[in-house]
Write a protein that binds this ligand. Sequence first.
Ligand code: CP
Length: 351
Amino acid sequence: MEKRDYIDTFTFSKAEMQYMVDLGLKIKDSIKYGYYPQLLKNKNLGMIFEQTSTRTRNSAEAAMAELGGHALYLAPGQIQLGKGGHESLDDTGHVLGRLLDILGARVNRHEEIEGLAKYSQVPVVNFMSDKSHPTQALGDLTTIEENLPKGKELEDIKLVFVGDATQVAMSTMFFCAQMGMKFAQFGPKSNQMPADVLAHAKKIAAANGGSIEISDDEKVLQGADFIYTDVWYGLYDKELQKDQYMKIFYPKYQVSDDLLKKTGNPDVKFMHCLPASRGEEVTASVLDGNHSIVWDQAENRKTAMRAIFVYLLNPNMKHASKALAERYQGELDEMLAKEPYQDNKELGIKY
Ligand code: CP
């Protein structure tokens, strides 16, 4: 079976997304009651981070450990990659693919994660690029499932993303489109979804019975079940200074109690991928208030990581037969019993 990479959610079917949500929730439930299924026993994850991370790194590392595996944190300067090193990402992917079972990377450019996937023989997981944040997306979909309004299915849900068209916004739009949900972006014309990305997502939404609306008119907030926002810093090459982004977004696109009221839904939930800047894209009263489910989202980063790793590795898992295990253990025991240092002692070599 060919390896699968988790670079964007849209290369996975609606059924696969639902399967990963259900798998993550099943493992979460099992661990809650004290049973840690060792589904990733002997599996090693290499984690390349070109940028800092709190949630992504810790959720991935803990997910591996809990399920019996191991994670290696490969920060800039620790391997022969990038600044100070002299090995390309492609060669790094090739080598790590020979040594490890799965790779995750947070990269500056989406093309880098695609290159890593191309040159690595093992599954590659996008830990965030300038175009997408798919592990965040699966965690968020899980959080929405856990917080579905009574009597509603995913297909009935309207999610409005407020503010900038960040990579988190794009990934949110894609998973909503895949699951047949109603997605809207409420943002200024200068910072709305790129035309090519929007066209792609609209096609997926149409195929799944979902819808996508992009608007700078606050009417688009009406009927929202979930309001989601992200920081206003801008992305990479068009990174904005505080005075620049405040001018673009503030106060119209700040998620405040007043903005939540404009949904007309007293039970509307507030989402944020974090880290958040209180007083900028969201007020402290909303982030820390009753509508907020941001800590559930943070927790479900690990729920999603467990599911993604298990789903990507399971098809390749080779379960050794009892006879094979006995044979190898026997041969290893025989080798270990040889104690070759005794020969060296006879030659007078000191230890
Ligand atoms: N939301 C998110 O990706 O957080 P980190 O940057 O801390 O990983």
